[in-house]
Design a protein around this ligand. Structure first.
Ligand SMILES: [Zn+2]
Length: 128
């Protein structure tokens, strides 16, 4: 006797509501998920989706954004070549005193003193 196997899809919403078995008439797909729905359950959802589609705007994707933020992040994370070898203010101050260059113990070391230190120690000048 010829026979036909028919797959019946039950409404997921009815089933979630007390395991009621109602034949599904629609497949609703949102965000890569899907649910089967009977007519009474599908209608308000499809109606809401239709309204949503009519008013919603597409979110810009990652690739369509300007690449600025990504590049600056890379630059900030990149290690500075001579970061570990940068001269300390204390060191510069002592060098200045040893060379009779007046520097204050408390105030910032003037830029020209730094320059003289770098001129005397070209290998200590931070890479630009
Ligand atoms: Zn249902």
């Amino acid at each position: 006797m010829p026979r036909e196997l028919v797959e019946k899809l039950w409404c997921d919403f009815c089933y979630a509501d007390g395991e009621k078995k109602t034949e599904a008439t629609e497949t609703i797909k949102i965000n890569g998920k899907q649910a089967y729905a009977c007519d009474p359950h599908a209608k308000p959802i499809l109606k809401a989706l239709e309204t949503f589609e009519a008013v919603a705007e597409r979110i810009p994707t990652e690739t369509s954004r300007p690449a600025r933020s990504g590049r600056s992040r890379v630059a900030r994370d990149a290690p500075k070549p001579d970061a570990g070898d940068a001269p300390k203010p204390k060191e510069v101050r002592e060098w200045a005193k040893a060379h009779n260059i007046p520097v204050s113990e408390k105030a910032r070391i003037p830029q020209d003193v730094w320059e003289r230190f770098y001129d005397a120690h070209p290998d200590r000048r931070p890479a630009e």
